[in-house]
Every structure is written in structure tokens, then in C-alpha cells.
Design a protein around this ligand. Sequence first.
Ligand code: NAD
Ligand code: MN
Length: 362
Amino acid sequence: MKTYAIATIPGDGIGKEVVPAGRQVLEAIADSSSGFRFAFENFDWGGDYYRQHGVMMPADGLDSLRHKDAILFGSAGDPDIPDHITLWGLRLKICQGFDQYANVRPTRILPGIDAPLKRCKPEDLNWVIVRENSEGEYSGVGGRVHQGHPIEAATDVTMMTRAGVERVMRFAFKLAQSRPRKLLTVITKSNAQRHAMVMWDEIALQISKEFPDVTWDKEIVDAATARMVNRPATLDTLVATNLHADILSDLAAALAGSLGIAPTGNIDPERRYPSMFEPIHGSAFDIMGKGLANPVGTFWSCVMLLEHLGEFDAAQRLMGAIEQVTANPTLHTGDLGGKATTAQVTQAVCNLLGTAEQRLAA
Ligand code: NAD
Ligand code: MN
């Protein structure tokens, strides 16, 4: 029997609640499958670790993760530590250290979810956003001079490389090609950003020639927000820079009903390193420690993790269980207007998965 080595990193805030829930669900899906099991190792990195050690994760942290098959992550962000320290010290260290250059964010309106767009039928909104995840606006290139003086200046330089843009474009075209509509929208801003984004557009055109069966168009990022709201059915797969996709994918999550549902995968498509799966929400300081967090974003991230491992049957079964649970309003958490707890939603998903014996008997 195959054993997959999975690292769990709950991090901060509700990450400490939803990641154990995700692990419980992964254990249930392994129990109800005959082909594989999981070996979990948990890492207590994050804000508490920072208070004790002065760093978010140990210097050799990446080495403890390097040989895992996948990573399940919660959230980095602590009320008492500046966000740029928690983000750069943990999540970005892993994303960049393992060159997880494609951030993949599927968005759908799940059964039973009351989404805010009144004229949008659930089947009109079925998107995957591919976010460039290794450079661009978040490359970390820049600096500050004359700190504290009136002439203080600061820069964050957008760094785009031909290799970096080519590989994420190729990934996005390939993903679009694998979906039924074979439709890709390249998000740009080459009207105003006249160097890096012009190269981005040129490379999109170049890579498109490798995928003659994919229909593609370009959309300026600000116009894309309006199109997502007014004409959602005209979109399928999208590719955008690190910053643009960061913003568009939060909008996408909100249009699908709640931030608490949305999943993401930080993927190394070449599989040189483990890929990392996480809900897109943060630490949710307002509800942390109360058992009220919606674990569905984490469960859907577990579906992506299973797909990445090639366990498509298990992935499909887990997604089915998630959709049965969202379809039941008594199992909605507070973000969806319900009263259910993290534990109740988790138990409901596990019950639906059953055990291998139950599945064979059924
Ligand atoms: P947030 O996602 O933590 O919370 C925004 C709102 O959504 C809150 O009202 C919260 O209660 C609600 N919410 C989010 N997830 C939920 C869930 N699963 N169930 C129910 N309600 C949910 O965003 P924020 O408030 O902007 O950020 C808080 C902290 O998290 C900050 O430190 C930020 O830097 C960090 N953060 C980390 C990540 C990450 O690690 N990937 C992502 C976003 C924010
Ligand atoms: Mn974000």
C-alpha cells in the first residue's frame, strides 16, 4: 500500500483549527480507500514559534519539508506581529524556496451557497485563476533610504523574467486545454505598465502558438473585475501576475459566496519539490479560538492535494461529500449565515466518507 508523507503547518489563528480538521478528513478518506494511507508530520511554526525563537520557522525548516509528498498549510498572521514578518518568514519562504511558481485557485458556487450575484446561475461561475507565484510585484526587490527623514523614499520593484512568465503562461494554457471549454483569459495592464506587462503580453502571444486548440483573449485587470461581476460566464481559466491575481481571486471567492470556502494550491509543476495546499483565507482574528471557522476551504484544498497525488477517485469522493454538506444549511458556519461549528462540519464530511468496509457493503 502506498504511503504519502504529508507535512501539516497550521500556522496562526484559525489555521490551528482548520488544518487539524483537514487532517481528520484526509485520514477518513484514506480509511475509506484501499489503495493508500498518509503519514503526517506536524510543524508548529508561526507566531508562537516566533515569540519563542525570534523566527517564524527554523533555518533548516525547508529541509524538513523537502522530501514530503505535499504540504497542508493553514494561515500565517498574528495580531501582535507585523504582517510582512509573518508572511515573508513562513509562507513565502516555502513558496519561494520550493519554487511553487503556479498558484492555482478554482472558484465555483457550491450547492446550497447563497452567492451575492443575483443574476448569476451557479453554472455561470466556474473559474480557475492561475496566479504567478514566484516574482512580479511580490519579488521583494526594492528598499528604503533615508528612513525617518523627510526625504525618505521606498521602492517595490516589479521583477518579471522571460523564463518566469513563459513557464506560468505555459502552465495556464495547459490547464485551460485540460478543461472542457479550452478558454483562457490573460489578465494584463500593459496600457499603463509599459515595460514588464508589455513583455507579459508578448510572451502570452508566443506561448499561445503552442496551444492552437485553446481560445484566448486579453483583459485589462480593472476591466476584468467588472467582467467577473457582469459577465461571469464569459470566463473560464484566467492567468494573472502575482498582485493582480491576488486581488482578483479574493473577488472571485467573495462572488462564490465566502472567503471561508475558497481553496488554493501552490504548485511546483515540475515536481522537484513538494507543493503546498491551503485555504485562501487568513488567520481570522475575530473568530479564532472559538471553533467557528469554516473548514470547507481547507477540505477543498485537500481535494486539490489528492488530485496532485494522482488519487483522483478519492478526490472526487471528497468533493462529493463537501458538496453534500454545503447543500445542507444546518451545516453552514457563521460566514455563510449558519450556526454550525468547525467540528460539526468536519464530522459530517467524515461520516459521509464512511469506511472501506461500509463502502464495500453498500
Ligand atoms: P482573513 O481571511 O483572516 O479574515 C477576513 C474575514 O473573513 C474575517 O471577518 C474572518 O472572520 C472571515 N473569515 C476568513 N476565513 C474564514 C473561515 N474559514 N470561516 C469563517 N470566517 C472566515 O483576512 P484578514 O483579516 O485580512 O487577515 C487576518 C490575518 O491573516 C492577517 O495577519 C493577514 O496577514 C493574514 N492572512 C494570511 C493569509 C495566508 O497565510 N495565506 C491570507 C490572508 C491573510
Ligand atoms: Mn491574498
